[in-house]
Design a protein around this ligand. Structure first.
Ligand SMILES: Cc1cc2nc3c(=O)[nH]c(=O)nc-3n(C[C@H](O)[C@H](O)[C@H](O)COP(=O)(O)OP(=O)(O)OC[C@H]3O[C@@H](n4cnc5c(N)ncnc54)[C@H](O)[C@@H]3O)c2cc1C
Length: 720
């Protein structure tokens, strides 16, 4: 017999939305998963059959759209506008749930504790590699009835299931005393004590029984939070304070065996050679950089930053500052010194009324975009979602919004900075205005920024964007046409060109893989019809092999090329800014691009102009605002491939060909072998001179020199 729910569409829809996998599927779509496999891999434990069913139901409900892939194999899944609005509801609900999840001994429902553990305090780095299923038996659950839940651990992720997800259980945890479980989770008692009280029992595999308590960072984190809260009652007073996203690999707590106490006054985590987690923590995005610091100090706030800095200075140790660790030059890690790692500092406060965001310096662009897009807002940020906001902002910040809204620094309202002498100051137009001028383009030379406040703009949530791909043989004509198209484009249009062998990535049809191509990437920030009209001429030019321009989420656009630039590969790059793409420049670019050997190396040309050029050249330390394009040549190889020299030589030869045309360089695109003369040339004489003067005031001993360094004047030297 059919139930009411099967007849009533509203009841049926509510059932689908209330189902526990729906928010997970919607989250994965919002994070940019567009294929079935991608969505499935972000939902371990969900069977493929159930995922298929849920996706169909969501399509019927108008939450997602399913369209065939361009190559005809499989489907592309994307959220509709309503789906994205639904995400706003889910985000608000999850904020509310987060609050509700704040466990106290009084509110110690054991399954709430388990959920809190899994959601916020799971030590992913400590989880076993093999799949493990633990059953939790709560002797006296709600209303005195026994309750069961399962913790499924798979591929270093954990998930709470209300039913057995279909595997044999490896351990069974029986919780007779919910208070004992909550007290342990809150760090009020140790695991041994909780077991000893008879309130908890573990049966099954002994190795897992021993490892289980180490998967929960709750006991240490709660204890530390209690200490911190006792000292700092309200760190970021904002009604919109949000912790963003799932904890990233870098934000996890390293081994508790490492001694934070080795740095006086420091409350974060410290790793030294030999500590568990040290190798992972010293690795940065560019796998070609291999440096071994003496200490890696994971900071939780400005006080930790100041303590780590003081410690380094007293020990006369080199200092490197790490934001997102995405810099190709590898300056965020140093040999034998102290890495001041800001990656735990991910707090963000978005004020949708004032249209501002105050963001911790450890955030990545994907995380910042996710938080601001909840309110339909964004600021100019990097085009790869794993890039750190800190390094990018301090160098200037170019991205898909810049022609309309300016560089990232043009949207920077203020910054909190820890100076070389340990003082914490604000830098904005009114306070320390010289410092504020210098950090907008001058990089990490003047202090350690612990948080940035940005101006936000309404963006998306949907934009018309994507790549159009032509054969590389057509590149000379395509780029000549592109030159006119780009020069005439309104500010809503942001474009770039990439020349490369098409990478073997799933979103490209197999027949294109490794074929040399010329890609024009375009995005329009305006409304649908206007956007279609503005992009049409370029899309119609010649005979494109593939046109992937489509309405897509802004977040999807921001992460679209992530798969082509994964962490850990080896990179070497060189860069030059140029004016309009005159024929000799086009010919040089096409000639060198056609010589590339690796399917991973590439050249990308970002279109500048628009609002970037509106700002006076002397208003910030970012130089050469008149440049029309910046050309970035990337030699890329995989860690096991012995072709590093080959790709590096290709990159250098390409750059030599471009050198006669270069009008400047973007400091964030300089590499590890580019020295003082190149840094000076990148800024131009006037700006460089002014930067040196300010460096002399804020960092006369050049403590911050692991960067594209601006040397302070010698005491006797007149700057010039
Ligand atoms: C694949 C890829 C795509 C990119 N795309 C873009 C793009 O679209 N637009 C763009 O503008 N740039 C882009 N970049 C360049 C990017 O801006 C720089 O690599 C930038 O340094 C990354 O910031 P980060 O915080 O991850 O850097 P990190 O490597 O952590 O730091 C680099 C340097 O910045 C300084 N620094 C970092 N954090 C702080 C801080 N809080 N206080 C003081 N100094 C600090 C330090 O000197 C440090 O050595 C891209 C880079 C890559 C590799």
């Amino acid at each position: 017999m059919k139930g009411y729910g099967q007849f009533c569409p509203v009841a049926r829809a509510s059932e689908v939305l209330a189902e526990r996998w729906t928010p997970i599927i919607v989250r994965n779509l919002l994070l940019g998963c567009t294929t079935f496999n991608d969505i499935a891999s972000g939902a371990p434990g969900l069977s493929r059959a159930l995922l298929t069913k849920r996706l169909r139901e969501l399509q019927r409900a108008g939450v997602i759209e399913i369209s065939p892939k361009p190559d005809g194999h499989g489907s592309v899944y994307e959220l509709t506008m309503s789906g994205r609005e639904l995400w706003g509801v889910l985000a608000a609900m999850s904020g509310w749930a987060q609050k509700w999840m704040e466990v106290t001994p009084e509110r110690s429902d054991p399954d709430v504790v388990l959920w809190s553990w899994c959601h916020s305090f799971l030590r992913h780095d400590r989880l076993p590699d093999a799949r493990v299923l633990a059953r939790f038996e709560f002797g006296a659950g709600r209303k005195g009835r026994p309750v069961r839940a399962w913790l499924l651990v798979e591929q270093k992720n954990g998930e709470i299931c209300a039913r057995n997800p279909g595997f044999d259980e490896d351990i069974v945890v029986t919780i007779e005393d919910p208070q004992a479980f909550a007290r342990w989770h809150l760090g009020l008692v140790g695991w041994e004590e909780a077991l000893g009280s008879g309130g908890i029992r573990v049966d099954g595999r002994r190795d897992l029984a021993r490892a289980l308590p180490t998967w929960n960072a709750g006991p240490q984190s709660h204890a530390r939070m209690r200490r911190e809260h006792a000292r700092v009652p309200n760190r970021m007073p904002s009604p919109h304070l949000e912790a963003v996203g799932a904890p990233s690999r870098r934000a996890l707590e390293p081994s508790p065996s490492s001694g934070g106490g080795s740095i006086p006054g420091f409350d974060g985590w410290v790793l030294t050679l030999g500590d568990a987690g040290y190798e992972e923590a010293r690795a940065i995005w560019n796998g070609a950089v291999d440096r071994r610091p003496a200490f890696i100090a994971g900071c939780r706030g400005p006080r930790d930053v100041a303590a780590a800095l003081r410690f380094a200075r007293e020990g006369d140790l080199p200092v490197a500052v790490r934001g997102g660790g995405h810099g190709v030059a590898g300056t965020s890690v140093c040999d034998d010194g102290v890495v001041i790692d800001l990656s735990p500092m991910k707090a963000i406060a978005v004020d949708p009324d004032a249209r501002t965001a105050r963001a911790g310096a450890g955030l990545l662009w994907g995380e910042l975009d996710a938080a601001t897009q909840v309110f339909g807002l964004a600021t100019t940020g990097g085009t790869a979602s794993e890039t750190g906001i800190a390094g990018l902002t301090l160098g200037g910040g170019i991205g898909w919004l810049m022609r309309r809204h300016g560089l990232t620094i043009d949207n920077l309202l203020s910054a909190d900075v820890v100076l070389a002498d340990g003082r914490t100051v604000i830098a904005d137009e009114n306070e320390n205005a010289d410092l504020f001028w210098a950090i907008r383009g001058g990089g990490g030379n003047f202090g350690i920024v612990t948080s940035f406040t940005y101006r936000l703009h309404p963006v998306g949530p949907e934009v018309l964007a994507g790549p159009v791909i032509w054969a590389l043989e057509d590149a000379p004509e395509v780029m000549r046409f592109y030159r006119e198209f780009a020069d005439d484009s309104p500010r809503e249009v942001n474009t770039g060109v990439a020349l490369r062998k098409a990478p073997p990535l799933p979103f490209l049809p197999v027949e294109l893989h490794e074929r040399p191509v010329c890609i024009v990437m375009m995005a329009h920030l305006g409304d649908g019809e206007q956007a279609e009209r503005a992009l049409a001429p370029m899309r119609r030019f010649g005979k494109p092999l593939l046109d992937m321009v489509a309405p897509r989420s802004y977040i999807g656009l921001q992460s679209m090329f992530d798969a082509g630039v994964p962490s850990g590969w080896h990179y070497y790059w060189k860069s030059a800014e140029v004016g309009s793409l005159e024929d000799p420049i086009v010919d040089t670019i096409v000639e060198h691009s056609s010589r590339v050997a690796s399917p991973w190396s590439y050249t990308v040309i970002f279109q500048l102009g628009g609002a970037v050029a509106d700002v006076d050249e002397s208003a910030t330390a970012y130089s050469n605002r008149a440049a029309a394009h910046t050309v970035n040549i990337n030699g890329v190889w995989l860690p096991h491939q012995p072709v590093g020299d080959l790709e590096t030589d290709w990159t250098r030869a390409f750059f030599v060909g471009l050198e006669p045309h270069q009008t400047g360089a973007y400091v964030n695109f300089l590499d590890r072998d580019e020295q003082e003369d190149r840094v000076r040339a990148a800024y131009g004489d006037d700006t460089y001179r002014r930067l040196r003067t300010i460096k002399g005031l804020y960092d006369p001993d050049n403590v911050f020199r692991s960067n594209h360094n601006i040397r302070p004047p010698d005491r006797s030297e007149a700057v010039g």
